[in-house]
Design a protein around this ligand. Structure first.
Ligand SMILES: NC(=O)c1ccc[n+]([C@@H]2O[C@H](COP(=O)([O-])OP(=O)(O)OC[C@H]3O[C@@H](n4cnc5c(N)ncnc54)[C@H](OP(=O)(O)O)[C@@H]3O)[C@@H](O)[C@H]2O)c1
Length: 330
């Protein structure tokens, strides 16, 4: 099968090679479900920030070189163990941790979900990492309630667009923060109620729009804007830390938490959820309901064939990506 490997740590322009590898066996096992796995004919694979970091050896997990990157796919089930929740020939979306940038991939059954007909394969390839993270961060870690107001940073990105849709599905009002007019349009397409610009006075605007302070900030960006995020919260507000695309990891002066009666909450979906199969299924069910209700519709910002994977990673690296970047393999 054709696959992409990371062969060195020179960055997205040089680290990726298109290679020919043996296909996984019919009853291949996945490391998260030893002894069994769902084998999928990959139609689309999702591209995300971690793959960019992996081409430089900067991601927390550092598999030995060479390896096939890519954490999520959508495709057609080739084989599945009993009780998998998907059957042979069915369309599915799956999180495979690694190995997604290949024509055939293996995922654990507890992270493989039927792909509803309303979503195409490219949308299915953007369904798990971002939407499970958004639900985990907003509903479980952030305790978001209907009627609350959520401010989403990086709102035109993969996690950002997912968070806007999931928050709306949970009955919240959303304020998106983005860096350009093009990204403002993407945030609106993802259903943002209000859109603010990151280079403007977004903190004051958010306070005014929310009548004194937002209830929750979802932050995949970090960096300089962190202190203003804390200041934009109302009493009982929660700032949920999801990532650091802005480049630097902020520090908190904890007197601000005391003065504002606010919390900073970490949300690391992978480390928590991948060790809890039942939780993964519950989040998958919740996302499935939000698809049925029309709230969840992954926004695919760019599509590339497998041989142009480097360009897909560069779009993310250079802050040009919107929504989900996807590789199309069939
Ligand atoms: N905690 C978890 O469980 C979890 C799960 C999935 C992903 N993540 C992390 O969440 C972050 C966002 O992932 P994503 O897939 O949404 O990425 P993405 O699609 O590239 O979006 C990230 C957004 O960050 C903003 N940004 C601000 N400064 C940036 C810079 N210097 N370079 C690039 N982007 C910058 C951009 O929005 P503007 O241009 O509008 O500012 C961009 O749209 C990543 O750090 C990822 O590793 C965490």
């Amino acid at each position: 099968m054709r696959a992409i490997q990371i062969v060195d740590l020179s960055g997205p322009a040089g680290a990726l090679h298109l290679v020919d590898l043996p296909e996984p066996e019919q009853s291949a096992s996945h490391p998260l479900s030893p002894g069994e796995g769902v084998v999928i004919d990959v139609h689309a694979a999702g591209v995300s920030f971690p793959e960019v970091l992996q081409t430089r050896g900067e991601y927390q997990h550092k598999p030995p070189l060479p390896f096939v990157p890519g954490s999520e796919v959508a495709g057609v089930v080739r084989s599945a163990p009993a009780g998998a929740g998907v059957s042979v020939g069915e369309r599915a979306a799956a999180f495979c941790v690694l190995g997604a940038f290949a024509e055939v991939a293996v995922a654990p059954a507890f992270l493989t979900f039927p792909l509803p007909d309303v979503l195409d394969f490219a949308q299915g390839a953007g369904l798990i990492l971002n939407y499970h993270t958004a639900y985990f961060a907003l509903a479980l870690r952030g305790r978001l309630k209907a009627g609350e107001t959520v401010l989403v940073h990086g709102a035109a990105g993969g996690v950002g667009t997912a968070a806007l849709q999931v928050a709306a599905g949970l009955g919240a009002r959303t304020i998106a923060v983005v860096s350009s007019e093009e990204k403002a349009l993407v945030a609106r397409a993802a259903g943002a109620d209000e859109v603010l610009r990151s280079e403007g006075p977004w903190k004051d605007e958010a306070k005014e729009l929310s009548g004194g302070g937002v209830d929750l900030v979802l932050d995949p960006v970090g960096g300089d804007r962190f202190t203003d995020s804390l200041r934009s919260l109302g009493a009982d507000g929660r700032l949920v830390v999801v990532g650091f695309t802005g480049g630097s990891i902020p520090e908190v002066k904890v007197n601000r938490l005391l003065l504002g009666n606010v919390e900073v909450v970490g949300a690391g979906w992978g480390a928590y959820a991948l060790a809890r199969p039942q939780l993964c299924r519950e989040i998958g069910d919740a996302i499935g309901r939000l698809i049925d209700e029309g709230f969840v519709r992954p926004i695919v910002g760019a599509r590339f064939p497998l041989e142009r994977t480097a360009e897909a990673l560069q779009a993310i690296d250079e802050r040009r990506a919107t929504g989900k970047v996807v590789l199309e393999l069939r």
